[in-house]
Write a protein that binds this ligand. Structure first.
Ligand code: GLV
Ligand code: MN
Ligand code: MN
Length: 416
């Protein structure tokens, strides 16, 4: 393959990222875009238009994942896929996931402009609900695609209003049957995802590209403590069963377990803690919380998880309260594929951009795509390593570099 002369427009990508960020339920610069809300539907229509404008043939699957295909000269060969997500957790930023979707479309645009012809077809995918905001579980689209989550279990997932995924997806126009979402391992010869690092390493070392060798193992569960509500003035302290108190004890224990039993890569977070009835002058009768534990070492992750779960039962018992614990997910880590890693490294070299092999501590759709296709990821630096915050930022130069490396990687993979 002769050397490609590529011209990536970071200006166009940044303008499109800004346009997408305007579809938000939070005031700028914050972004909130939750699966199948009117705002998300506008964002999805915007991505569809970008795919079509890039000359990709568009389809949407029954789970709402969007695909844009550039048909290769050998369309019967397994295709190469790339992509990421466009949903945004409450009050977050504009680069998480979106760079990997809009950047992938720009990669195709720049390859086309350079006169490149793919041998294998190239699919740009916008995965649905990588974030767990609506249905509690992350990577919904890629979980179903990879077979990690059954169509039956996916269809029965409920949001906070009790509406099932089955109902919402249909009323959002995804009319096929969920089992059709599953992708066979013979469909893709490789998958590569472009994403902001969401950590500080690249910026600290002044490096433009990270090549991901493994994605850490995430797990999460939900605990509900059932106490007794009552009047905040009238019920005396020794007569109370305040449901917030075991939740508070457990919250502190979550930090302790990760720090004392884990290693430097073990992280644990209580991201949601809700009390009922949520009134100043009412004793909480119910406390619901989530615990998110991650590690690159599966055994260590599971040990920390078990200790926290045991402690949840203990605090409930000590306070004479009922407790429900519901696992949300417990996924193994993903090891990236050596050939896809090598293709990214060669592409970075071609673009004259030094690349650092690194681990992804955040999860991504790549965690599930790795179950059905040789997979790796391209990371670009983001300011201060900040993500899931409104001040998340990746510079046009960083984005341009990432898109160029992605384009050159896709070119290699489509001819391999
Ligand atoms: C994805 O957003 C994650 O929580 O890692
Ligand atoms: Mn995210
Ligand atoms: Mn993301």
């Amino acid at each position: 393959m002769s050397a490609l002369s590529l011209s990536v427009s970071a200006e166009r990508v940044c303008r499109q990222l800004d346009e997408l960020a305007a579809f938000s339920d939070a005031p700028a610069p914050a972004v909130t875009r939750v699966l199948f809300t009117p705002t998300d539907m506008q964002g999805r229509a915007f991505i569809k238009r970008l795919m079509e404008d890039a000359g990709l043939s568009f389809r949407v699957d029954a789970a709402g994942n969007l695909f844009g295909r550039w048909i290769g000269s050998e369309p019967n060969q397994p295709a190469v896929a790339t992509g990421s997500h466009c949903d945004a957790i409450p009050h977050s930023g504009r680069y998480d996931g979106t760079v990997g979707v809009i950047g992938a479309i720009e990669a195709v645009v720049s390859l086309k402009a350079a006169g490149f012809q793919p041998r294998r077809s190239i699919d740009v995918i916008m995965f649905n609900a990588e974030e767990p905001t609506r249905y509690g579980i992350g990577c919904l689209g890629s979980r179903i695609m990879s077979g990690r989550l059954s169509p039956e279990a996916a269809g029965e997932l409920r949001d906070q209003d009790g509406e099932t995924f089955e109902t919402t997806r249909k009323s959002s126009g995804c009319l096929g049957k969920l089992p059709s979402v599953r992708i066979s391992p013979s469909k893709y010869s490789a998958f590569v995802e472009l994403h902001i690092e969401q950590g500080p390493l690249l910026e600290k070392q002044n490096l433009p590209i990270g090549v991901v060798t493994a994605v850490a193992a995430p797990a999460a569960f939900r605990v509900t403590f059932h106490g007794e509500g009552g009047h905040a003035g009238a019920v005396l302290m020794h007569e109370r069963k305040d449901a917030l108190l075991p939740a508070a004890e457990l919250t502190v224990a979550v930090e302790r377990a990760a720090m004392e039993l884990g290693g430097k890569d073990t992280v644990a977070t209580v991201g949601i803690l809700d009390v009922h009835p949520h009134a100043i002058n009412s004793i909480p009768s119910r406390a619901e919380m989530t615990v998110d534990v991650r590690d690159i070492d599966l055994q260590r992750r599971d040990l920390v998880l078990e200790v926290i779960k045991r402690y949840a039962a203990e605090v409930a018992q000590n306070r004479g309260m009922k407790m429900n614990l519901e696992m949300i997910n417990a996924d193994p880590p993903a090891k990236c594929d050596v050939q896809v890693i090598a293709a990214i490294q060669a592409a970075a070299e071609e673009a004259k951009l030094p690349a650092l092999p690194m681990i992804s501590r955040a999860y991504h759709d790549s965690l599930f795509m790795a179950l059905i296709a040789p997979t790796s990821m391209i990371f670009i630096p983001c300011r201060g390593g900040v993500s899931h915050r409104p001040d998340e930022y990746a510079s046009p130069a960083a984005i341009r570099g990432g898109v160029e490396v992605l384009a050159r990687t896709l070119a290699r993979l489509s001819h391999s």
